[in-house]
Design a protein around this ligand. Structure first.
Ligand code: PEP
Ligand code: MN
Length: 334
């Protein structure tokens, strides 16, 4: 539930409420506005507890949060959240373009593509150092060497880097190199991993699981936020349906829905969302039209030689023309 305090309530009255809430086993989240304090209380709400808090000094009203997700919900926080990644603000009208190969394959190759995507207008770099592959015999990523290459590319391009985290044991290592930790689709409901990511001070890019409903996906965000890390960026990357012409079905209705149900920024990955490079630009345009806060796109100098996800990777030239078109569309929509 949310406890809305009267204007200019004294810190003592607020402390009394939060103390009482904690006694009753609630988790307390304070949101201090200029005039008003709002107290988010997560726990088991009964009619009796609501009535008890309603009569305490300084309380204006109690609003129950009806959704199963609380801290992520619009009910809890009406203003959209922004997430700072270096100097880039994700949310609040900007359009972030995260680009790079599926996997970091080698130093020269990655540094070259990093420069190319920056030149074309990318605002962040991507590249997996730990790859979740369907087959244990496929390329699994360069691991720490890949992280070192990512960090070097950040130095050279001055762009923040996004990379996947698959295992709680690797969080400290990956967080040492990366600016944003990506939870891949396959790990969206790895609740232990989500909880551990709630304890670090880095933005988390949370991909939607291939079979996750929107509610399950927001509940995954709730795990991270309720563990202490509010810097969550949602990423729609397609879900599994009966359709076979595309690798996944990109659910763009998720973009306005996430914005209506939560205060979190949401970006779209049309590469995994379609699996086909020829569909990436049209779906990127559609995602911008749907109101996303950014795009994540796979780019490779030579897609036919890529160690993973070549068929969905844009060449740097195609990426360059896509960025021009999305920027034109974004400007026209403003
Ligand atoms: C990726 O971004 O390369 C990736 C593995 O994505 P997803 O988890 O969405 O499949
Ligand atoms: Mn990929």
């Amino acid at each position: 539930m949310i406890i809305v305090m009267e204007r200019n309530t004294s810190p003592d009255a607020i402390a009394m409420i939060t103390g009482k809430l904690e006694d009753k086993g609630f988790q307390v989240h304070l949101s201090q506005g200029v005039e008003r304090t709002i107290i988010g209380a997560i726990g088991e709400r009964t009619q009796a507890t609501m009535e008890m808090f309603e009569t305490m000094p300084g309380v204006e009203k109690i609003v129950p949060i009806l959704q199963p997700f609380k801290l992520a919900s619009r009910e809890f926080k009406q203003q959209p959240s922004t997430v700072m990644v270096g100097n880039n603000m994700v949310g609040s009208g900007s359009l972030q373009v995260i680009a790079g190969p599926c996997a970091v394959e080698g130093r020269e190759l990655f540094l070259e593509v990093a420069r190319m995507v920056k030149e074309a207008g990318a605002t962040m770099l991507r590249g997996g150092a730990f790859k979740p592959r369907t087959s244990p015999y496929s390329f699994q990523g360069l691991e720490e060497e890949g992280l070192e290459i990512l960090a070097e590319a950040r130095e050279v391009t001055e762009l923040p880097v996004v990379t996947e985290i698959m295992d709680p044991r690797m969080i400290a290592l990956v967080a040492r190199y990366a600016d944003v930790l990506q939870v891949g689709a396959r790990n969206m409901q790895n609740f232990f991993l989500l909880r551990e990511l709630g304890k670090i001070d880095k933005p988390i890019l949370l991909k939607r699981g291939p079979s996750a409903t929107i509610e399950e996906w927001i509940m995954a965000a709730e795990y991270i936020i309720s563990s202490g890390n509010p810097r969550v960026i949602m990423c729609e990357r397609g879900i599994r349906t009966f359709e076979k012409y595309t690798r996944n079905t990109l659910d763009l209705s998720a973009v306005p829905l996430i914005k209506q149900l939560t205060h979190l920024p949401v970006i779209v990955d049309p590469s995994h969302g379609t699996g086909k490079w020829k569909l990436v630009e049209p779906m990127a345009l559609a995602a911008v039209g749907a109101g996303c806060d950014g795009l994540m796109v796979e780019v490779h100098q030579n897609p036919s030689e890529a160690l993973s996800d070549g068929p969905q990777s844009l060449t740097p030239e195609n990426f360059n023309s896509m960025v021009k078109r999305i920027n034109n569309l974004k400007a026209a929509l403003q």
